[in-house]
Design a protein around this ligand. Structure first.
Ligand SMILES: [Zn+2]
Length: 151
């Protein structure tokens, strides 16, 4: 858990959790998501990281937590979305290719690293060329720089 149980149910942070935030171990988004999960998901659950970009919130979590966070028919995700005022997507933490496919909603043919900048080039079949992909969003979620080519 990113927050202690007291802070999960409070509007302020204890000195311990405050220190974690000051040291960059948790972000403001982590705090908001932790509290929203506490309010909406009735069982203990956790997430790996959460990223905000424009009006979207992406929660990366382990496979076992994804179902819980999403809830029956997407019930929990809708509540989290309402609480935080953002569109929420839940992405399972897995290999790079699988995660990119989940985010983009299209199969990835391959990923090549382009030197010298080490930008990661995602190759996608040209049938999917209309997909909307924001490299900034990908970078925030994955921690690497990407561009997309269709072939
Ligand atoms: Zn605390």
């Amino acid at each position: 858990m990113k927050l202690c149980s007291v802070c999960l149910n409070s509007d302020i942070l204890c000195s311990g959790c405050q220190r974690k935030m000051e040291n960059g171990l948790i972000s403001k988004t982590d705090v908001e998501v932790s509290r929203a999960l506490e309010k909406t998901v009735n069982v203990k659950t956790d997430f790996v990281r959460a990223t905000e970009h424009k009006s979207q919130l992406i929660i990366v979590c382990e496979k076992k937590d994804a179902k819980l966070i999403i809830g029956r028919g997407g019930k929990n995700v809708r509540e989290i979305s309402k609480l935080l005022g953002k569109g929420v997507r839940v992405i399972e933490n897995s290999g790079e290719k699988k995660m990119l496919e989940d985010i983009l909603g299209a199969p990835v043919v391959g990923i090549n690293i382009v030197y010298p900048d080490e930008i990661r080039r995602i190759r996608i079949d040209k049938r999917f060329r209309k997909l909307r992909a924001d490299p900034v969003l990908l970078e925030k979620i994955m921690g690497s720089k990407y561009n997309i080519t269709f072939e």
